[in-house]
Design a protein around this ligand. Structure first.
Ligand code: ASP
Length: 332
């Protein structure tokens, strides 16, 4: 028997689906035997398999993230596993990976999330390799929440889903891989998380919105977002916005009412710099926050978490702009 004990937690997603005659995919009725076709996993570790939910990841909510994190914390308190592998649908996997990176801060165990583009039961599936690689990496000393996809291990809160139909479905635009699997397993020690900042993580606010600006956007529509506790605006390039008084007046009103306004970009590579262009400079002077080089998924999840957990808006704003668990590059 292999020495390492790895707990595999199934949540649902394509990895455990079956294809119907019309080409559509449905969730397996009984996922408990999902791993029966992969006996070789037991050569890598002593495996325990659990089903925590059986849903398409489009149905994930903040309540699922909290439940998953509590489940892992409890299991860890009993000290029965060296590492965890989570099987998850790919569609919202980056949001869950980001949420767990915050909720499991300080766990000091590998938590590797994976899924697949093709169900495990299909001949040309990518699930088999992803699962084997995820279990392999969960036995290594990589104590953070990560995502394994297509032979690459990435920091969980740096990942985005970039492809609907390629095996390379996940990418980490602004942070290098933690490991790559080829003929050998190459762990990039220098990229592994070393420092965690302390922050409260008790719940998530549901009053956070994200709005993509575009040329010709009717700025009168901004009023529909007045009740939000926070809004993340996806501007242009390094975070620029149109120089329109209606936008600035709205931002000013939001901030005066105690809401948070943060600016990010529609470009995914690189970091926000609000000091370059006129529009973003004015927004900055009004008190908007910069999302730096965080992914949009992480901006949303982190804002939900901080507004749902911090005692004051000032604390939430200060923490939003800091690196808590390696989700933001501080020296660029
Ligand atoms: N709809 C699926 C899900 O996210 C897609 C997948 O797993 O690839 O659950």
């Amino acid at each position: 028997m292999a020495a390492n004990k790895i707990k595999i937690i199934y949540t649902g997603g394509t990895i455990g689906m079956v294809r119907n005659a019309d080409g559509s995919l449905s969730l397996l009725q009984e996922p408990d035997d999902l791993l029966a076709s992969l006996p070789e996993l037991h050569q890598l570790a002593d495996i325990e398999f659990e089903v925590i939910s059986n849903i398409d990841s489009s149905d994930m909510t903040a309540a699922h993230w909290l439940r998953l994190a509590a489940h892992i914390r409890n299991a860890d308190a009993q000290g029965d596993s060296n590492g965890y592998v989570i099987l998850h649908g790919t569609d919202t996997l980056p949001y869950t990976a980001s949420a767990l990176s915050f909720l499991l801060a300080g766990l000091r165990k590998p938590v590797v999330i994976t899924g697949s583009q093709i169900p495990l039961c299909a001949v040309r599936t990518d699930a088999r390799t992803n699962l084997i690689d995820a279990v392999e990496l969960a036995t290594h000393d990589i104590p953070e929440v990560s995502v394994l996809f297509n032979s690459k291990l990435m920091r969980g809160n740096r990942v985005q889903k970039v492809s609907i139909n390629r095996y390379h479905a996940m990418h980490s635009p602004n942070y290098p891989y933690l490991a790559e699997l080829g003929l050998r397993v190459e762990v990039r020690r220098d990229n592994i998380l070393r420092k965690v900042k302390s922050f409260p993580a008790t719940g998530f606010s549901s009053a956070v919105a994200c709005l993509q600006l575009f040329p010709g956007f009717d700025l009168e529509l901004l009023r529909a977002y007045d009740a939000c506790q926070a809004i993340i605006l996806r501007g242009f390039g390094p975070g620029n916005v149109p120089q329109d008084q209606r936008l600035f007046a709205w931002i000013e009103g939001m901030i005066a009412r105690g809401s948070v306004v943060a600016l990010t970009s529609q470009a995914t590579l690189g970091s926000i710099d609000l000091s370059i262009y006129g529009g973003s400079r004015r927004a900055l002077a009004l008190g908007v926050l910069s999302c730096h080089d965080m992914t949009i998924e992480t901006c949303i999840v982190k804002m939900m978490l901080l507004l749902g957990s911090c005692a004051t808006k000032a604390e939430a704003e200060e923490l939003f702009c800091s690196s808590l668990v390696g989700e933001l590059t501080t020296e660029i």
